[in-house]
Design a protein around this ligand. Structure first.
Ligand code: TMP
Length: 222
């Protein structure tokens, strides 16, 4: 399938501010005249949301890491086939909060599953399907986790299982994200997410606008 829109993924550790960055990015791109779809993983489809609830609300070490990877990949497969690919075919800019880079960082870097295996699973089931651009919101986990704990206690919804895994785990997650950025430098921008939120949001919008202009016109509407 030829994607005619653009697939942009925001990645980063917990508490990096992806949610607010995506919301302001979507608003900015809509003002520019793009047709924008905002979505997230795990989630993005009704089935994915059920898997999200299973994966994120469980207490402690319930999931075997392989089971966790398979469920994340299952949610991703549904999401790509049912939501992302159709939107790209319709010419939309798809903004996705997390994608396979999060599996590489959390199930790979964090839990120790070899990256080759994660990538092989992705290729076999999801296919040769990758972001056109990844925006990595990079932050020291100590700062990010303090932020996301405040957020969790604020809205009362506990999706905090990954947040509980400790600083060594989150340091490995961060290192994996930065390694991935280094490996795919031409299609990744790294943003310093430790700065004030409005500064981060402006940086994200500016970088994405520049990249979209470099890609040329989105082919959609055709
Ligand atoms: P969120 O809070 O940014 O929505 O992410 C939910 C959690 O799910 C986050 O702690 C990272 C985790 N996750 C994985 O472990 N593997 C994945 O493939 C994805 C998409 C998320």
């Amino acid at each position: 399938m030829t994607a005619r829109g653009r697939f942009i993924v925001l990645e980063g550790g917990d508490g990096a501010g992806k949610g607010s960055a995506i919301a302001s990015l979507a608003a900015g791109l809509q003002d520019d005249g793009y047709d924008v779809l905002t979505t997230r993983e795990p989630g993005g489809t009704p089935e994915g949301l059920q898997l999200r609830a299973l994966l994120l609300a469980a207490e402690g070490e319930v999931w075997d890491r392989g089971a966790e990877l398979l469920l994340m990949t299952a949610a991703r497969l549904q999401h790509v086939r049912r939501v992302i690919e159709p939107a790209l075919v319709a010419g939309m800019v798809v903004l996705c909060d997390r994608f396979v880079g999060s599996s590489l960082a959390y199930q790979g870097g964090g839990r120790g599953i070899p990256a080759d295996l994660i990538l092989d699973l992705h290729r076999r089931f999801v296919g040769d399907f990758w972001p056109d651009l990844t925006v990595l919101l990079d932050i020291d986990p100590a700062v990010g986790l303090a932020r996301s704990r405040r957020r969790l206690s604020g809205d009362g919804v506990d999706e905090g299982r990954f947040e509980e895994l400790g600083h060594n785990f989150h340091d490995r997650v961060r290192r994996s994200f930065l390694d991935q950025a280094g490996q795919h430098a031409s299609r990744t921008v790294v943003i310093d997410a430790s700065r004030p939120i409005d500064v981060v949001q402006q940086d994200v919008i500016g970088q994405v606008r520049t990249r979209l202009a470099q890609f040329g016109e989105v082919d959609g509407e055709g």
